[in-house]
Design a protein around this ligand. Structure first.
Ligand code: 5GP
Length: 113
């Protein structure tokens, strides 16, 4: 079982920012910016290019929840970056679909290095 499933099942603890029946938003344990949270669907989805049409509503809601998190964290006006890592070259560490929300400082214009 991956780390995020364990957090969802309360086998591991995390700082929860938002939770509803479909999603949990937690603070990243190693923040890469002053604000760094992870928007995680409770349904275990792994590979973005294997998402089915039936699962599209989860992807849509993931962005709605990201917006809710941005407002709750007070960064909706200053701005934020959403990142989805898929696979080794993207540096994906946890094989459970999630969005990163980064904010709290100017993040620069480069999105890859
Ligand atoms: P990925 O590289 O898979 O897109 O990002 C996974 C993220 O999960 C990383 O930024 C990492 O710091 C974070 N992370 C890994 N393990 C834990 C954990 O146990 N708790 C929390 N809150 N974040 C974690």
């Amino acid at each position: 079982m991956d780390i995020f499933c364990k957090i969802i099942n309360r086998e591991l603890s995390a700082e929860v920012v938002i939770e509803d029946k479909d999603f949990i938003v937690i603070k990243d344990i190693h923040p890469a910016a002053p604000v760094h949270v992870l928007i995680i669907p409770k349904k275990h989805l792994d590979i973005i290019h294997e998402i089915s049409h039936e699962e599209l509503d989860i992807l849509g809601k993931m962005f709605v929840v990201a917006g809710q998190a941005a407002k709750k964290l007070g960064v909706e006006k200053t701005g934020y970056r959403l990142i989805l890592n898929q696979g080794p070259n993207a540096g994906q560490l946890v094989p459970h679909l999630h969005l990163h929300l980064l904010a709290g400082k100017p993040l620069g214009s480069k999105i890859a290095s």
